[in-house]
Design a protein around this ligand. Structure first.
Ligand SMILES: Cc1cc2nc3c(=O)[nH]c(=O)nc-3n(C[C@H](O)[C@H](O)[C@H](O)COP(=O)(O)OP(=O)(O)OC[C@H]3O[C@@H](n4cnc5c(N)ncnc54)[C@H](O)[C@@H]3O)c2cc1C
Length: 697
């Protein structure tokens, strides 16, 4: 198969980015997942039809836990206080441990609930309905914080840490750094093996570790110089280490910063200075840490989606009732067609998010090999659709929607982060395009390289080479028809439509047809844009959007099929049915529009407008703008950071925020405390004095 990194006409930095991406992604999975197959024009119906059922025993266990959780959320959980006071009281964390939510994914032998991904996400959805901050705190602990130990830990590591993580201690995931945001592979935190061979020496700084100042265990990603035993080549690779806050040299110098939403969560800045980390704390293998991080993100991307689904459902339900009971022009708002449109959109989006989320968690539960494109699609789809739902809900509620006591404004603030974290959606779209279509792109490149006409060679030689290539057994293999499509523009047959309830057959056939069009458009645009497609993100995003909507469409179809076969009825089912049918119509339109726009778009004007704007701003002085603390070309030239009007957190002083000027102060004797070690301090439920003084009128 051709190697994409050997493409001509690709700049050195793009080539390096491709090589990095390939190193990150590791070897190709042997079996391609549902989403990758869409790029090949295949519908692997057996992976999604019938809608993957949940295990009945586990479902029963989960229902019992959810009943207790619902009661807690309804009667005790102080969601408004958490948002207003910017902290989750320790008693809430303890109650969630007690209920069993905080250890759901930890195997039972280590004191956890031993639940699968679906059950765990159902709990996250419930929490997201009530409190976005708590959903993120729970997810940071389990999906990314201790998941690495569950998946990659040795028996000894699991025995050592999992029992406490299941019952009382929080954990944090330390990937981001001042200079590491979307570019997860660019860590500057480094470890080296100590002369005794039994320790790693860790140096660097981590940023934004959720619950970092409250955790007893951190999973830390760092760079290490590693020699490949096969090739003998030495290079920088990422290694994952487990650290605990009591290790000498660890300084949590900033516990949190005030922010737009999920205000109850705390993001820490942590400095590591010559920290001696025992070899026993190595997670997985040296140099394989990015695999640890990316695998964990598969889970984090689902729980982010579950929290978003919960919040979107709350906003949607609130807005529908509002539309029925708020009168203007002597009619309920719900009588107006444009309000109806928002109601239908919200219903369709919530239904589709639900169908996609639980299809994805089922794939994870059955340990599908190739799942990264599906979890990325789920994250992008749910974060964006959820955000749109909440936006419509606020619109329907008008001015009242903007008021704090009506809840939706908090959901709006809490939701915005979902488009940025766990892979910014722009990066995710490029990833869905590149990783989803990678194997097909390589096959296309191979065909082109092998079959291309060489103008310096004779006609006879050219023809001879082409015929020899075409006759080589296995060259085209499954892609023989792809070759015909590349050279002759012949569309292949649409894949077989999934076997569904008779009333849905037309939708199934339309889906199969759209899958064929998606694959054809991918092939056509690869040929049209050639190497330029590597940097043409607007083009990539259209193909990604087409894949996202195809996947969503398939999930919704499968879910409705399952409902119909199960004989569901009643008003709630009729709502779901109509919402599903509406969603499938809109998905069809989105796919068509995304593919049409591949060749009919306003990209030249868009790029010209962006370039002109950038040129104008290059003439303006930096001094009045926020400039990133790690900017290589403008660091320190921006508007001075002024946090004097912003509530600060215990142990952090004004001026320490804003990232650039971390003050190095870390006072662990106040505010939140990790459960161990447990220095004395004020009761956890006491509001930090800094906050009370500032928040009082
Ligand atoms: C509340 C909160 C909680 C967090 N929790 C954790 C945590 O627990 N652990 C942890 O390790 N990190 C955490 N993070 C960090 C988070 O993962 C990063 O914020 C995220 O990865 C984005 O990085 P950045 O903010 O530096 O944005 P940048 O990398 O500077 O990107 C900014 C924007 O640029 C665009 N962009 C960037 N790269 C590309 C590209 N290649 N193509 C197109 N567009 C691009 C995107 O629009 C992106 O949103 C948290 C952050 C926040 C705010």
């Amino acid at each position: 198969m051709a190697d994409l990194s050997s493409l001509k006409g690709v700049s050195e930095s793009d080539r390096r980015m491709i090589a990095d991406a390939e190193a990150m992604l590791g070897p190709e999975p042997s079996a391609m997942g549902f989403a990758k197959n869409l790029f090949w024009g295949r519908l692997r119906s057996e992976m999604l039809f019938p809608y993957p059922p949940a295990d009945p025993d586990e479902t029963a266990r989960c229902e019992a836990l959810l009943a207790t959780l619902d009661e807690y959320l309804e009667n005790e959980h102080p969601a408004i206080q958490i948002d207003q006071e910017q902290r989750i009281p320790r008693w809430c964390v303890d109650r969630l441990f007690e209920i069993g939510v905080m250890g759901m994914i930890i195997p039972r032998e280590f004191g956890g609930g031993g639940f699968g991904v679906t059950s765990y996400n159902r709990a996250l959805e419930r929490i997201g309905r009530s409190c976005g901050s708590t959903a993120v705190m729970v997810s940071a602990h389990q999906s990314i914080g201790c998941k690495a130990i569950v998946l990659f830990g040795t028996e000894e590591q699991k025995r050592r840490w999992l029992p406490m993580l299941a019952t009382k201690s929080l954990s944090a995931f330390c990937l981001s750094e001042p200079n590491v945001g979307c570019d997860a592979g660019g860590q500057q935190t480094r470890c080296t093996v100590a002369p005794d061979g039994q320790h790693f020496i860790l140096n660097g700084e981590k940023k934004w570790a959720t619950s970092g100042a409250l955790s007893d265990v951190f999973t830390v990603m760092c760079k290490q110089s590693v020699t490949d035993p096969k090739t003998g080549k030495t290079g920088d690779r990422v290694t994952a280490l487990v650290c605990t806050p009591d290790m000498p040299g660890i300084d949590i110098f900033q516990k949190n910063r005030s922010k737009c939403g999920i205000r109850g969560t705390w993001q820490a800045r942590i400095r590591f200075k010559d920290v001696r980390v025992p070899r026993a704390n190595l997670l997985g293998q040296e140099g394989r840490g990015l695999n640890v991080a990316l695998t964990c993100l598969n889970y984090g991307r689902c729980t982010l989606s579950a929290g978003m689904l919960g919040g979107a459902n709350t906003a949607f339900e609130q807005a529908v009732k509002w539309a029925q009971t708020r009168y203007q022009f002597e009619r309920p708002l719900a009588d107006f067609e444009l309000v109806k449109q928002m109601i239908a959109r919200m219903a369709a989006r919530c239904r589709a998010m639900d169908a996609m989320l639980y299809a994805t968690t089922a794939m994870l539960d059955r340990h599908d090999d190739d799942i990264m494109v599906e979890t990325a699609i789920c994250k992008v789809f749910c974060s964006e659709q959820g955000w749109l739902v909440v936006n419509d809900a606020i619109q329907i509620m008008g001015g009242e929607g903007y008021m704090t006591e009506n809840v939706v404004e908090r959901i709006l603030r809490d939701s915005r982060i979902n488009l940025i974290v766990e892979g910014a959606n722009e990066v995710m779209r490029s990833f869905i395009f590149a990783y989803g279509g990678k194997q097909l792109a390589e096959r296309l490149l191979g065909i082109r390289q092998a079959v291309a006409w060489d103008h310096h060679d004779s006609v006879g030689h050219n023809l001879g080479r082409i015929f020899r290539t075409l006759k080589t057994p296995g060259f085209f293999g499954a892609a023989a028809s792809v070759g015909a499509e590349v050279f002759l523009g012949v569309r292949r047959h649409a894949p077989d439509a999934p076997d569904v309830h008779p009333s849905l057959e037309a939708h199934a056939h339309a889906l199969a047809h759209a899958v064929r069009e998606h694959s054809h458009a991918f092939i056509k645009s690869s040929r049209h844009y050639e190497e330029a497609i590597v940097t043409r993100q607007a083009v990539q995003a259209r193909l990604a959007d087409s894949a996202i909507y195809l996947h969503a469409w398939a999930c919704v179809l499968s879910r409705l099929d399952a409902d119909l076969r199960a004989g569901r009825s009643g008003p709630a089912f009729q709502q779901d049915r109509a919402a599903s049918l509406y969603f499938m119509d809109t998905a069809r339109r989105h796919v068509r529009e995304s593919l049409d726009a591949l060749f009919h778009h306003d990209d030249p004007a868009m790029l010209a407008a962006a370039d002109a704007t950038l040129a104008h701003f290059a003439t303006l002085p930096n001094g009045t703008f926020a400039i990133h603390e790690a900017s290589p070309n403008a660091r320190g030239t921006g508007r001075p950071v002024d946090t004097s009007q912003i509530p600060q957190f215990p142990g952090d002083t004004p001026g320490g925020g804003g990232g650039a000027n971390g003050n190095g102060l870390h006072d662990r004797s106040v505010g939140y405390q990790p459960t161990s070690p447990s220095p004395s301090g004020p009761a956890d439920d006491e509001i930090p004095p800094e906050l009370t003084t500032r928040l009082q009128p």
